[in-house]
Design a protein. Structure first.
Length: 103
């Protein structure tokens, strides 16, 4: 017997992605892992937008999800560029050891 996938299933998936991303940001010291956690949080938002867009039979949520994907790609490109520059200067990607703004 097959059960239909409802909006509640998507919300549970989104909550799990949000939880994993938040834990990754709070507990990890590696900047690459923190950026991946931010991407997970953005994907949780996308799942919510698409789920509610489907539930309400409107395209607004899907349009916002595409916009968020574009912003996430730009954030990843700029963030990885900054991380490569920091790694060349400091030879580490641990956020605790990057102190370029301290006097």
């Amino acid at each position: 017997m097959l059960y239909p996938v409802t909006t509640a299933h998507y919300l549970v998936l989104s909550a799990a992605l949000l939880l994993i991303g938040t834990i990754g940001i709070l507990l990890r010291r590696n900047a690459v892992i923190i950026m991946m956690s931010i991407e997970l949080i953005l994907n949780a938002v996308n799942v919510n937008l698409v789920a509610f867009s489907r539930h309400l039979d409107q395209l607004n949520g899907q349009i916002f999800a595409i916009f968020i994907i574009c912003v996430a790609v730009a954030e990843a490109a700029v963030g990885l560029g900054i991380l490569i520059a920091l790694f060349r200067n400091k030879e580490t990607v641990l956020v605790d050891e990057i102190d370029l703004l301290k006097w």
